[in-house]
Design a protein around this ligand. Structure first.
Ligand code: FCB
Length: 479
């Protein structure tokens, strides 16, 4: 029964029969097999092999060795009762240098994965780009080069031809915010560039890639009920209590423009917000937006994918006290917030996950409601939500992870409450199926509901996986 508890720990809440429970991963984080079957290097290979970029010097060379273990990982998904699986396709497996004829062996791997999912009754949700840009394209400027968007469309076309008869739902880009601002602004992600202008140029070319990619997919996909989407890490932004109202609303507006409306504007409304252009006028004149681009970008989608982990709290910096930068995305010499460096990200109240991200299911509920109010006709799908905690250890074949169970319980409750309040939420992909390579943090952060022993590649279901299996089979949030 619902007790409407303020801490989001209700149990027994029931999800509708057509709500899709799944789990998510990404190619570079799990596949390994970095040099096999014609795969070319991506920016993440280069970046992770650059000393000092990744904790412990970790790389994705082997990761979860999923490339070789795909059959047993599929069995694991079936054992959990997953109804969908969100994976990403490594562009450099399909085109080693990002151009030219597709590599049959690379496509064949994803063909086996998709067939294996369908055989087990699991809906394949494929992301075309989860950050592993072919290095050869980065050498030509990467996402600062307009041509990359056209190369992405060619790649999308090839993938659509190979898998478009079977994949149920396509996502063009995963979190273009990270690709642009962490990749080219703060530089904490590959390719490690630190330039505000480059970051905003990348924003536009990623948006263009989304639009061109969708159009290319539509021209090659044949499955009749295919759904199309993009996945955004919409930021849930709050004003800091200790600041005055003007400071709060100005800071929230600026970060909302850079983080959210820079993508939802062109993709869903066909325009960049004027305040974004004004706020960034000292960084760029936006001349890289060419006539006709916004029409190319503003393609209809069926679902918006939302990745949610935490909230941010902001105010305008008063110029005196030391400025904190608790934006949850690492400290760097570059800025992830071009033109709005005078916004201060303040430390939020706990509890926190091992990433230092505050746990805020109320923010999740609010974000879904806000998005629904902004785009009432657009169905939503949680394409990622989950948490890393320290101390996941295998003891007698079990992994007790009560904090992750609690995190998931509270966020599923938040999602359920949002649905009760009218949000059209179609499904939920837990991040992540497996512990994996967590970008700049390497293997130090475990997000999996399944534990991976990186020495032996042994998989062990954590308590959270058992909990999730029960949720999926009963469709009710377990006790
Ligand atoms: C998201 C990424 C995903 C994973 C989670 C923790 O930003 O899309 O690959 O790293 O964060």
């Amino acid at each position: 029964m619902t007790d409407g508890s303020p801490d989001y720990r209700d149990s027994g809440l029931e999800f509708p029969a057509d709500f899709v429970f799944g789990s998510a991963t990404a190619s570079y984080q799990i596949e390994g097999a970095a040099h096999e079957d014609g795969r070319g290097p991506s920016i993440w290979d280069t970046f992770s092999h650059t000393p000092g970029k990744i904790v412990n010097g970790d790389t994705g060379d082997v990761a979860d060795d999923h490339y070789h273990r795909v059959e047993s990982d599929l069995d694991l998904m079936a054992e959990l009762g997953l109804e969908s699986y969100r994976f990403s396709i490594a562009w450099p497996r399909v085109q080693a240098e990002g151009t030219g004829a597709p590599n049959d062996k690379g496509l064949a791997f994803y063909g086996r994965l998709v067939d294996g999912l369908l055989e087990r009754g699991i809906r394949p949700i494929a992301t075309l780009y989860h950050w592993d840009l072919p290095q050869a394209l980065e050498d030509l400027g990467g996402w600062t080069n307009r041509d990359t968007a056209y190369r992405f469309a060619d790649y999308a076309h090839h993938v659509g031809e190979a898998l478009g008869d079977r994949v149920a739902m396509w996502t063009t880009l995963n979190e273009p915010w990270c690709s642009a601002y962490l990749g080219y602004g703060s530089g904490v992600h590959a390719p490690g560039v630190t330039s505000g202008r480059a970051a905003l140029t990348a924003v536009h070319h990623l948006n263009l890639a989304h639009g061109l990619g969708l159009t290319a997919l539509r021209s090659s996909v044949t499955r009749p009920d295919t759904e199309y989407s993009a996945t955004l890490n919409i930021h849930m932004i709050r004003g800091a209590d200790d600041a005055d109202v003007d400071s709060q609303s100005e800071a929230v507006r600026r970060i909302d423009a850079l983080a959210n409306r820079a993508f939802t504007g062109p993709m869903l409304l066909g325009a960049y917000p004027q305040d974004l252009l004004d706020d960034t006028a000292n960084v760029t004149d936006w001349q890289f937006v060419r006539p006709g681009d916004l029409e190319l970008i503003n393609q209809p989608i069926d679902v918006l994918g939302v990745n949610y982990y935490s909230t941010v709290t902001v105010k305008m910096w008063d110029g005196h006290a030391p400025r904190s930068n608790a934006d949850g995305h690492g400290v760097s010499t570059g800025s992830a917030w071009p033109g709005s460096e005078n916004v201060e990200f303040v430390q939020q109240a706990g509890p926190y996950t091992a990433m230092g991200w505050n746990i805020a299911p109320d923010g999740f509920e609010q974000l879904l409601i806000d998005l629904h109010q902004q785009f009432p006709e657009l169905p939503l799908m949680i394409t990622e939500n989950g948490a890393a905690f320290d101390g996941d250890e295998v003891v007698d074949g079990r992994v007790h992870d009560p904090e992750r169970v609690d995190y998931l319980r509270r966020h599923f409750t938040a999602a359920h409450r949002a649905m009760q309040r009218g949000v059209d939420l179609r499904g939920y992909q837990v991040w992540s199926l497996l512990d994996n390579f967590e970008w700049a943090y390497g293997y130090t952060k475990r997000f999996g509901i399944v534990h991976v022993d990186y020495e032996t590649q042994q998989r062990t279901l954590k308590d959270s996986a058992h909990w999730y299996r029960e949720l999926i089979s009963s469709r009710r949030i377990p006790q």
